[in-house]
Design a protein around this ligand. Structure first.
Ligand code: SAM
Length: 240
């Protein structure tokens, strides 16, 4: 990979950011999306084909396993793998796996941009709210890795918090995520800076349109999705 120009996309920087946020992420995630994140996670999984047989699913950038409930509900007899590189987030994920999921999720600590996952292996790849901390060069690697690990006919679904198209909605969302949430972060949790970064990433990311192009470039069949006036965007893609 060529030199990462902007420090905020440096994997070590991102990893440290999530390690620092890990003790408050779940609560703040709920607050930052007005509780919409739970609904959006269900909606973005709904886009994927339903299969009753045993399927292989991998949840990339799994965080604390926020999507596992929805995945296990949709794919009742799936083998589920969950990948993240932040030990802080994974500590909570492992705990949740033990307490709520009978340790049936295979949790692995790897960098998706430099991973050892098997090729042509997964029926479904899911990824919620992980795109914004990648620059376009890294999204290109993510796209090629997603294609590599998917089986032929396999599908992936991605979703990310985005800058809405509507100026009023953008203003209100920006005010909320850029100003109010950091204050809440400080009052409730003592760490406003980390949460301010989430809006900084969102402004740079804009929406999933560029990622759609980069996934198409890999030869995947891609469909763009917009949720709640563009407050979140994403896409589903299939390996033909
Ligand atoms: C915003 S959180 C999303 C967590 C979860 N998917 C959710 O729905 O809330 C993004 C996660 O991606 C992880 N992450 C970011 N870059 C990564 C990389 N290159 N490899 C593996 N994990 C990464 C972070 O550690 C963090 O846990």
């Amino acid at each position: 990979m060529s030199k990462i120009k902007n420090e905020i996309y440096n994997p070590d920087y991102v990893k440290n950011l999530f390690n620092r946020m890990s003790n408050s992420y779940e609560r703040m995630n709920y607050i930052t999306s007005f509780g919409f994140s739970i609904r959006w996670r269900k909606q973005y999984l709904k886009q994927l084909k339903t299969k009753n047989e045993k399927v292989e699913v991998i949840d990339l950038l799994t965080g604390m396993g926020e999507t596992w409930g929805a995945i296990t509900k949709k794919y009742k007899s799936a083998n589920i793998t969950a990948l993240d590189f932040s030990e802080g987030m994974l500590e909570y994920a492992n705990n949740k796996n033990q307490k709520k999921f009978n340790s049936k999720i295979k949790v692995i600590q790897q960098d998706i941009l430099n991973n050892q996952l098997p090729s042509d292996h997964y029926d479904f790849v899911t990824c919620a709210f992980g795109l914004k901390t990648f620059n376009p060069e890294q999204v290109e690697i993510l796209a090629s890795e997603t294609k590599r690990i998917l089986k032929q006919g396999g599908q992936c679904s991605f979703i990310e918090v985005s800058k809405p198209n509507n100026a009023i909605l953008t203003f209100l969302y920006g005010l909320y995520l850029g100003k109010i949430v950091p204050i809440l972060g400080k009052l409730l949790l003592g760490n406003p800076e980390e949460y301010k970064m989430l809006w900084t990433y969102t402004l740079k990311f804009k929406n999933s349109q560029q990622a759609v192009e980069l996934f198409k470039k890999q030869g995947l069949s891609v469909t763009y999705q917009s949720y709640f006036g563009g407050c979140a965007t994403g896409f589903i893609a299939e390996k033909l």
